[in-house]
Write a protein that binds this ligand. Structure first.
Ligand code: G
Ligand code: G
Ligand code: MN
Ligand code: NA
Length: 252
């Protein structure tokens, strides 16, 4: 409860901020996107990770105003970068509670319109576990598609949904969960799973991203097996907007 009150204050007192983890094209080395990752600059605790406060935000319903703040801040930052000549796709994580609100479509539309960002520069990350109600998921994804934003399935391979949904969901990208990537070169089963996800994605004309790349060996494996894009500490951790602006010249 104490944390919940503090989180209320965080919204009012501007203690939330976004970090940005680059997403790299594994063929060219270019930064093709960034994932917005929220942080909480707590006056006493310092930087609090979303793993700690997102669950509390979800239980208390505060995830709705927080999620709205994230969408607004992410769109605004991307528009600013675009005006500076840095064209990139901004990915935003959406929690199940947000995804279950029909109002999400309005919130996203408003965030885009406020700053005049074109929808194809925003990507919404959902997880498989949010897609249990198939009818509803298809409805929501179609609304998002109509709006023109990109859709990606995060933590792919860890959910319980049937693969058959992939052909009915209008998604653009699969993000291979980091638990598979971390075992590349150690566990042949994980290597098989990763190769299979890459070829399945390509056969379905989907873009495929590997997350959690931590070593050169993992990167090389993914390049050899034609994974399109990658994210992870070996490439770059999440950065502040200023750090990213400097870094993009090194990487590109
Ligand atoms: O950045 P970090 O690895 O600590 O993130 C931990 C978890 O918090 C991840 O699962 C990530 O998807 C989630 N997360 C980060 N930023 C946001 C956000 O803005 N909204 C939601 N719903 N989840 C986020
Ligand atoms: O659930 P989601 O995929 O959105 O989670 C993203 C989280 O993964 C962020 O908290 C980010 O800090 C973390 N992350 C990003 N790259 C790596 C990595 O290479 N290794 C590990 N262990 N975590 C990573
Ligand atoms: Mn994510
Ligand atoms: Na993930």
């Amino acid at each position: 409860l104490k944390m919940e009150l503090a989180l209320h204050k965080a919204i009012e007192q501007d203690q939330l901020l976004l970090y940005y983890q680059p997403k790299i094209n594994l063929h060219t080395g270019e930064i093709v996107g960034v994932e917005a990752l929220i942080r909480w600059e707590h006056p006493e605790l310092g930087l609090v990770s979303p793993g700690t406060f997102i669950p509390i935000a979800e239980e208390s319903g505060l995830i709705i105003p927080i999620g709205e703040w994230v969408l607004n801040a992410a769109c605004q930052q991307n528009k600013t970068w675009q005006q500076q000549g840095f064209s990139t796709v901004m990915s935003v994580n959406i929690s199940a509670i947000q995804f279950n609100q029909f109002n999400l479509i309005n919130t996203i539309t408003t965030a885009l319109e406020k700053v005049g960002l074109e929808p194809q520069y925003l990507e919404i990350e959902i997880t498989e576990s949010m897609t249990a109600d198939i009818e509803r998921t298809i409805f929501m994804l179609q609304q998002l598609k109509k709006l023109g934003v990109r859709i990606s399935i995060d933590d792919f391979g860890t959910g319980f949904s049937s693969l058959s949904y992939l052909k009915n969901f209008p998604v653009d990208t699969l993000k291979i969960d980091q638990s598979f990537v971390s075992e590349l070169r150690n566990n042949p089963n994980d290597e098989t799973i990763v190769k299979t996800i890459i070829s399945m994605a390509h056969n379905l004309s989907l873009n495929v991203v590997a997350e959690g790349i931590e070593t050169k060996e993992q990167l090389v494996f993914l390049q050899q097996h034609l994974c399109d894009e990658g994210q992870g500490f070996f490439l770059s951790k999440a950065l502040t907007a200023n750090e990213l602006e400097e870094k993009r010249f090194d990487i590109q």
